[in-house]
Write a protein that binds this ligand. Structure first.
Ligand code: DOR
Ligand code: ZN
Length: 346
């Protein structure tokens, strides 16, 4: 039986760090295991300009634990007012790694996102020219579309037309949650990849709703039925380089989740690698974990894989994770996969 596993140090290609006290509380949880992470720009107000991103990067670096080598890979939040020249300058001086597109109203702090895609055509064309990737939140926002169908409808009505209209644009379809999303990424021409979260590999919609409502499993895109979870597991463990880890670890205070209208987001930074080793072992694919966590992402983003390594060991007794991370404003509950975990990073 395999009980130790050494991997190139992983990266997280989709991470919410927030700001202020929350940033200081959650950043060490990612910096412990990950070398780099794509940092989501959906702060309040959002990170829209190169100058915003430079200041946010400085706040992240200032909040890092002493001696940490963690590198935040910054993104800009695309609005209909975004200036292509500002984006190009931020890319040219190495400040940003990608631009994030939230359809307006799709999720947490997405109100400044894009309603009319014609209004961002110039920025997208510039990005295609300079080779700057687009990270796309893949859901339509039409309130008449069932929430469980919003990713599927997005593929044909938004993603595919946009990619055809902007040849050469490198796209990351973020947090894929459906078999249709998996199929699109697998079959599409051109430069496209999909991130998969830890939690979407471990839960389906029954976990959220059957036997009581579990707000800490509520995120966007919402987890779909079990057949989609199985498709995500197959994609993640397939070895297909178009799929890699983006945790979408998204901390909210418990008070904001355990309420009549709870926020979307699962906080998985602390135990993601334990969870992933568990899933990949269940799928008989531990030999493919490194591709998913450490190789496929850098290849898509045109960056070198990390040189140093981490080692996971499997113990006979469950790993003892805290239920919550403390912040000065209250606790943040850690994602609970609902069963013990035995792999841990040494
Ligand atoms: O569940 C989510 N939480 N999905 C998102 O797209 C945003 C995120 C957040 O910022 O809380
Ligand atoms: Zn996210």
């Amino acid at each position: 039986m395999t009980d130790t596993l050494t991997l190139r140090r992983p990266d997280d290609w989709h991470l919410h760090l927030r700001d202020g006290a929350m940033l200081r509380a959650v950043l060490p949880e990612s910096a412990r295991d990950f070398a780099r992470a794509i940092i989501m720009p959906n702060l309040v107000p959002p990170v829209v300009t190169g100058a915003d991103a430079a200041r946010y990067r400085d706040r992240i670096l200032a909040a890092l634990p002493e001696g940490s080598g963690f590198t935040p890979l910054m993104t800009l939040y695309l609005t209909e007012e975004t200036d292509p020249a500002d984006v190009a300058a931020a890319h040219a001086n190495g400040l940003i790694t990608a631009v994030k597109l939230y359809p307006a109203g799709a999720t947490t702090n997405s109100a400044s996102g894009v309603s009319n895609f014609d209004n961002v055509r110039g920025v997208l064309e510039t990005m295609a020219e300079i080779g700057l990737p687009l990270c796309f939140h893949g859901e339509v926002t039409d309130p008449s579309v069932d929430i469980f169908d919003r990713e599927d409808v997005f593929l044909d009505t938004v993603l595919d037309p946009l990619r055809r209209a902007t040849p050469g644009l490198k796209v990351t379809l973020e947090h894929v949650t459906t078999s249709q999303g998996v199929d699109y990424i697998t079959q599409a021409d051109g430069e496209i990849a999909g991130t998969i979260t830890t939690h979407h590999l471990m839960i389906n919609r029954n976990h959220i709703l059957a036997g009581g409502i579990r707000p800490h499993y509520y995120c966007l895109p919402v987890a779909k039925r079990a057949t989609h979870q199985e498709a995500l597991r197959r994609a993640a463990t397939s070895g297909n380089p178009r799929f890699f880890l983006g945790t979408d670890s998204a901390p909210h205070l418990d008070a904001a989740k355990e309420t009549a209208c709870g926020c979307a987001g699962c906080f998985t930074a602390t135990n993601t690698l334990s969870c992933l080793a568990h899933v990949f072992e269940e799928e008989g694919a531990l030999d493919r974990l490194e591709g998913f966590t450490s190789l496929n992402g850098p290849a898509h983003y045109g960056l070198p894989a990390n040189e140093d390594t981490i080692t996971l060991v499997k113990s006979a007794t469950p790993v003892d994770y805290p239920a919550q991370i403390a912040t000065p404003n209250g606790p943040v509950t850690l994602f609970d996969p609902g069963h013990p975990l035995f792999w841990r990073v040494t």
